[in-house]
Design a protein around this ligand. Structure first.
Ligand SMILES: [Zn+2]
Length: 183
């Protein structure tokens, strides 16, 4: 199992074989001497997935002179340099980003077709649909609603209004229907 830890000098994330625990290596990023922590100490397996905050990590003591002289391991030779590259790799987002650029065009076309249908209003005044004593109000309203289609009818409102009868000069209160629809 590899030990993944952070260089206390430059915070570069490093990984090294568990055999290297407790030894001193030269950080490949800042070239300073770093002591590899014991795997069971600060770097539990969970820490590999999400490294703990720097505050949780006690700073390693300064390297004792005799260890630096004796057991310095070349980080690149122990493959720490090769393994650290996985912490830098970020091309994961290239695919989704490209598809996001490609998609808006068809999406806009579809929404343009949908927006061809606009919210409209049609008012039916009862007196406008009465001809020579024949009441065509319901008939005309039914024809209109059938043409619009039930799915496109948003709302039906009734209203009353007054108009002056041409023949009798009398003011008549009548009713009508306001159709709010999509078409
Ligand atoms: Zn470093």
């Amino acid at each position: 199992m590899d030990i993944i830890f952070e260089c206390p000098h430059c915070t570069q994330e490093l990984s090294i074989d568990a055999e290297g625990a407790g030894t001193w290596i030269e950080c490949p990023a800042c070239s300073k001497k770093v002591q590899v922590p014991e795997p069971e100490a600060k770097e539990a397996p969970a820490a590999v997935v999400s490294p703990p905050a720097p505050a949780n990590r006690p700073a390693p003591a300064a390297p004792p002179a005799e260890l630096v002289a004796g057991k310095v391991i070349n980080a690149m030779a122990s493959s720490a340099g090769a393994k650290e590259s996985k912490h830098f790799s970020v091309p994961v987002h290239e695919g989704p980003t490209e598809s996001l650029i490609a998609k808006p065009l068809p999406t806009l076309e579809v929404s343009a077709k949908e927006s061809d249908r606009q919210m409209r209003i049609k008012s039916f005044r009862h007196s406008d649909h009465v001809e020579v004593g024949k009441d065509h109000f319901d008939e005309h309203l039914n024809q209109f609603l059938g043409k619009v289609g039930e799915a496109n009818v948003i709302q039906l409102n009734t209203f009353t209004y007054t108009h002056q009868d041409l023949a009798t000069r009398a003011w008549i209160t009548d009713y009508g229907v306001l159709v709010i629809y999509r078409g």
